[in-house]
Design a protein around this ligand. Structure first.
Ligand SMILES: N[C@@H](CCC(=O)N[C@@H](CS)C(=O)NCC(=O)O)C(=O)O
Ligand code: FES
Length: 111
């Protein structure tokens, strides 16, 4: 196992919600990442953002880890959820909020 794989594995397993993205939650540097940030902020969930632009090995490593070719990538409780399109569709259907709550993760406005 490579060091990058272990780093990623540790991040997704020790943080409930992790977003691998371009830029930071405060300053996204791509519209796809920015859309997921907006959704997560709207839903009101705490998450950790990891900027793949700061590290080329993570940028490639996260694609290998999930076998998914693009950034952003959202993980909940150690599981890959999806990229921008999937997260947006799940948000619009309400499935994202349901999934988070089902995992015991607090979302805004939930009891
Ligand atoms: N349709 C994709 C949009 C994301 C996307 O196309 N990302 C591209 C451009 S930011 C990407 O990560 N390319 C590989 C790279 O930049 O390393 C999704 O649902 O997440
Ligand atoms: S950085 Fe160009 S589309 Fe994401």
């Amino acid at each position: 196992m490579s060091g990058i794989h272990d780093f990623i594995d540790n991040e997704v397993k020790t943080n409930d919600v992790v977003l691998f993205m371009k830029g930071t939650p405060e300053f996204p540097q791509c519209g796809f990442s920015g859309q997921v940030v907006q959704i997560l902020d709207y839903v009101g969930v705490d998450y950790k953002g990891i900027n793949v632009l700061a590290d080329a090995d993570i940028r490639q490593g996260i694609k290998d880890y999930s076998n998914w070719p693009t950034i952003p990538q959202l993980y909940v409780k150690g599981e890959f959820v999806g990229g921008c399109d999937i997260v947006r569709e799940m948000f619009q259907s309400g499935e994202l909020q349901t999934h988070l709550q089902g995992q015991g993760i607090a979302v805004k406005g939930a009891a």
